[in-house]
Write a protein that binds this ligand. Structure first.
Ligand code: ATP
Length: 366
């Protein structure tokens, strides 16, 4: 009989619960047992009660909850072979040789490495006497399917990652709140948002929140951006606008590649405009709270598709990542997506923005 494992790993994101629920219920619906691996790869390495079979009801009433009820973690020992050996032993104790991994590029890279090593890990476990030959033969390959859980929306191969839409909602709510206080005092606010190397959250929230200026990694401002920004804001004031909002992506940089911090932007505005300028770093608020309707729906669809993909996988088939493209559930070769995501980050670091956007290839930009 087939047994699937599901885990969430890396940074948490709203919608992960919806994905876990869809994986569990889709598997059960097909008569396949499913185990949750609690606390990401750490739970896989630790074993024991951190790997537990789930029933239909175990994932009830979680659809609307933020974060992940099965926990997530960063697990340094999984980066070592010794850690992965323990993980393989623990999975085999439960007869698990198919995994749905919900995480960012690091988690998916780890899953792929684990899959590539699986045969040699199993051989070593037989040699040590930890498992018998029959178990080894039955589970000679590990099959994996990836779902991207990340508020950053930074993965090639999917237009949206699980959590990005909810984080965007959180940011826009915060910008709305800041706008009302800014308007009352005629203040200027600099709002710093998450996203690492990706400007998606900053750009979309600036548009949706009606911000006056935005700084993102993929499109550094011109050399005299400080003057340009100040002129824009000054003209806005002159035209009667009471609030000024500048959104800064945490990875924003200037055209020499130097970081643009929210505090630097504040200093510039304060010095050149002589305005009372405040910084709000939204931080972990962006990850919190209930998932948006979009995240619940998308996570349910990709979770369901991930189970179908995983059950049709063979030991030799290339592992897939399931995401959304052009408003359709689509799969793409997992490692190609991860490698291309890294290539995008490299091109941004090299200031080759056109190439970076070409490689990212989102249907938003096509
Ligand atoms: P986020 O985008 O939120 O940071 P992530 O999945 O990229 O999510 P990481 O911290 O990079 O987060 O990875 C999560 C875990 O995945 C690590 O703690 C580690 O256990 C495992 N992992 C990451 N990279 C590798 C790797 N190259 N080899 C083995 N395991 C890895």
């Amino acid at each position: 009989s087939i047994s699937i494992g599901v885990l969430t790993s890396g940074g948490d994101a709203q919608g992960m619960n919806a994905a876990v629920r869809a994986v569990v219920r889709s598997a059960l619906n097909l008569g396949v047992a499913v185990h949750a691996i609690f606390e990401g790869y750490q739970g896989m390495v630790d074993g024991g009660d951190r790997i537990r079979s789930l029933s239909w009801d175990d994932v009830g009433s979680i659809l609307h909850r933020g974060g992940t009820i099965i926990g997530t973690a960063r697990c340094p020992v999984f980066r070592e072979r010794e850690g992965r050996l323990a993980a393989a032993r623990n999975l085999l104790r439960h007869g698990i040789d198919r995994l749905v991994v919900i995480g960012g590029d690091g988690s998916l890279t780890g899953a792929n490495l684990f899959r590539q090593e699986w045969a040699s890990l199993v051989a070593e476990l037989v040699e040590r006497g930890d498992i018998d030959e029959l178990t080894a033969q039955r589970h000679s390959a590990l099959m994996i399917t990836g779902l991207v859980g990340s508020i950053d929306n930074d993965m090639v191969g999917t237009d949206m990652t699980i959590g990005a839409d909810s984080a965007l909602h959180r940011i826009v709510e915060a910008i709305d709140a800041i706008t009302s206080t800014a308007a009352s005092h005629q203040r200027t606010f600099v709002v710093e948002v998450m996203g690492r190397h990706c400007g998606y959250l900053a750009l979309m929230s600036a548009i949706a929140g009606g911000a006056d200026y935005v700084l993102i990694p993929e499109s550094p401002p011109s050399e005299n951006w400080e003057q340009e920004m100040c002129d824009l804001l000054r003209n806005g004031r002159a035209a009667g606008r009471r609030d000024s909002i500048v959104v800064v992506a945490e990875g924003a940089c200037d055209n020499a590649g130097g970081p643009i911090s929210s505090d630097r932007v504040r200093q510039v505005l304060q010095d050149r405009l002589g305005e009372d300028t405040r910084v709000t770093i939204l931080g972990h608020v962006q990850r919190g709270g209930t998932p948006s309707a979009f995240d619940r729906c998308m996570s349910t669809l990709v979770g369901h598709a991930a189970v179908q993909e995983l059950l049709s996988a063979t030991p030799t088939s290339e592992p897939q990542m399931v995401g959304m493209r052009y408003n359709r559930v689509r799969q793409a070769p997992l490692m190609q997506c991860v490698e291309q995501t890294h290539a995008v980050a490299r091109k941004i670091a090299e200031h080759d923005y056109a190439k970076a956007m070409e490689l990212r290839g989102s249907s938003f930009t096509e």
